[in-house]
Design a binder for this molecule. Sequence first.
Ligand code: KG4
Ligand code: ZN
Length: 346
Amino acid sequence: MIVLGIETSCDETGIALYDTGRGLLAHALHSQIAMHENFGGVVPELASRDHIQRVLPLTEQVLASAGLGPGDIDAIAYTAGPGLVGALLVGAATAAALATALEIPAIGVHHLEGHLLSPLLSSDPPEFPFVALLVSGGHTQLLEVAGVGHYRLLGETLDDAAGEAFDKSAKLLELGYPGGPAIAALAARGRPGRYSLPRPMLQSGNLDFSFSGLKTAVMTAARAGFADDAARADLAWEAQEAITEVLAAKAVAALTSCGVSRLVVAGGVSANRRLRERLAAAQERDGFALHFPEFELCTDNGAMIALVGALRLAGGAAPPSRDRSFEVRPRWPFDELAAIDPAAAP
Ligand code: KG4
Ligand code: ZN
């Protein structure tokens, strides 16, 4: 079965073709970063308009690069939420229109389930069960994953997400958007010792996180001014240390508390090399299996949406074929995600 994946939840138009037999056939991404950069963050109306312009040409491009035509598509998966409502509607409406014309099913997918399962597309896919550290711009969660559609929340952030902590720290350091890669690049020139930021909730004894105090500490340090450029790099280094130390420690603690020996890290922040380094060191010490998405599939993309669509359709989630209504859910709590019947799941 060949599934077309359409991701338009935020500032990236992602299109992909996933074949349940052969894997990922082709994918393409258009990032709006350059467009939103001048505003210091995503402007929702501009995002929606740009998705409208990109979604069909990218679909044609992906079909051409896979050597396929529209008639070869068996189903369409689109991000139904969470995300920006206008941006989501572009993907949902496009999916519904294409599915009507092609007389195939269209299925709405939860964006975070896409991130969560994106490591299944890697060359070294994890087996179930695993513990997942899901770290994106809007979410920071630890989950126990027994199978597709079987998730148990172990802990989550009480305030800001890890990606948000990177983004807000970057703003305070007057770096560009998105902040994660910008902090990582500046931190590469930083040195330890000059700053000392808190490691929030490191000793809390549970698997929850909190990053808003860290942002305040970065703000206080930044407001005191920088002696030179090296000082800014030192603060970026320390901010990255603080965020990644807490993430890595809690992820390892989650493995212990579940008695699971496989860790999956996904979402935009999983691209962070310092986080990967810390977890690799913990893996060396403790001997658990460690899985990440491919670098290019860490941030938003259509491939993870196509994958989840395929898995959910295989699990019996096909909507009635004549029902062409579509729904987006800008706020869609992960725990409201429908479970999949284990008997039907692949
Ligand atoms: O998963 P994602 O692409 O979008 C959401 O679903 O939110 O995550 C975007 C987040 C942003 O906060 C961005 O700053 C962060 O991921 N990010 C990184 C890196 N690349 C992206 N954070 C730290 N280091 C990176 N290399
Ligand atoms: Zn995302």
